[in-house]
Design a protein around this ligand. Structure first.
Ligand code: PDD
Length: 281
């Protein structure tokens, strides 16, 4: 695989980042995952806009312009022959040459920019979409700025492991009795013609897929309610689903052992998945 590190395209075995990099020592960095279908980037503009916001919220300078970032994305997709898959991008606060809690002077310590591709043939035709996901609920003990897409993913990783141990696919986070989001996706329930998903705020990541899917839902005359919902409300919903750049729209058929609706992927989630893939590719 050819990867990108700070201006260079290199074989992955030759890529190097300092052990003093603040991404490594402090999880002081942000990332984006952009999917690729038919060799084309999906919603790059959305991911670039969110990256710009994440960087600003953490007082981090953008290492290159968003136009240059687009060029790097395209170059990596081409060099690695990606037809379906993802491009991962990470910006960290760089290598100050030692460990210190205070941020280094950005003039002396440039940020570190790393990108790589992930080849995922069959991403759009994922057979899981016909089966749906089973999830458990777990306490949301993440930090309070989940709107910033930081690389601090230890608890989401632990959540995935709790799900695996429970014999299911993923976990939904619950805080103060309300669902926030999934470990690496936004969470939704459906009641009749209404789609309900957590309102934007510091409590959840502002999903790029979420924004597009809600727009398509409204265009298709579905009702959208952006508000918090409880697990009890989810248990009696007609359908549930998640969205993310890598899963697109994916039905959820079971929460904490309770079947949602018929226990099979529902028509709203399946239709939204179809619309999303049609419109975006
Ligand atoms: N995860 N919420 C969380 C906590 C996420 O990590 C993600 C994305 C989303 C969905 O955002 P988007 O639609 O922009 O992908 C919501 C990415 C895909 C990941 O970590 O791999």
């Amino acid at each position: 695989r050819t990867v990108y590190v700070n201006g260079d395209y290199l074989p992955e075995t030759e890529a190097r980042v300092s052990i003093f990099d603040r991404g490594f020592l402090m999880a002081d960095g942000v990332y984006e995952v952009t999917s690729v279908l038919d060799g084309k980037l999906i919603d790059f503009a959305g991911h670039a806009a969110r990256l710009t916001r994440s960087l600003a919220e953490l007082d981090m300078a953008a290492p290159v312009t968003m136009d240059e970032l687009l060029t790097i994305h395209r170059e990596l997709v081409a060099r690695n022959g990606i037809n379906e898959g993802m491009v991962y991008l990470q910006v960290t606060r760089g290598n100050p040459g030692d460990r210190d809690f205070a941020f280094p002077d950005p003039a002396k310590t440039p940020s570190t920019l790393v990108l790589f591709t992930q080849d995922k043939p069959g991403l759009a035709a994922n057979p899981q979409a016909k089966i749906g996901l089973k999830v458990i609920s777990i306490d949301d003990i993440r930090w309070g700025r989940r709107d910033i897409k930081t690389v601090q993913l230890l608890y989401p990783s632990m959540g995935k492991m709790m799900a695996k141990k429970a014999g299911v696919d993923d976990a939904w986070f619950v805080e103060d009795g309300f669902v926030t989001e999934g470990t690496s996706n936004n969470a939704y329930i459906v009641k009749g013609n209404r789609i309900i998903t957590r309102n934007l705020g510091n409590e959840i990541l502002h999903g790029i897929t979420r924004a597009a899917v809600l727009r398509f839902a409204r265009e298709a005359q579905m009702e959208v309610e952006e508000r918090a919902f409880t697990l009890a409300e989810a248990a009696t919903a007609d359908e549930a689903f998640i969205t993310s750049a890598s899963a697109f729209v994916m039905p959820v058929v079971q929460i904490d052992g309770t079947a949602i609706g018929t226990g099979k992927p529902g028509p709203v989630a399946s239709r939204l998945r179809e619309i999303y893939l049609d419109e975006m590719r």
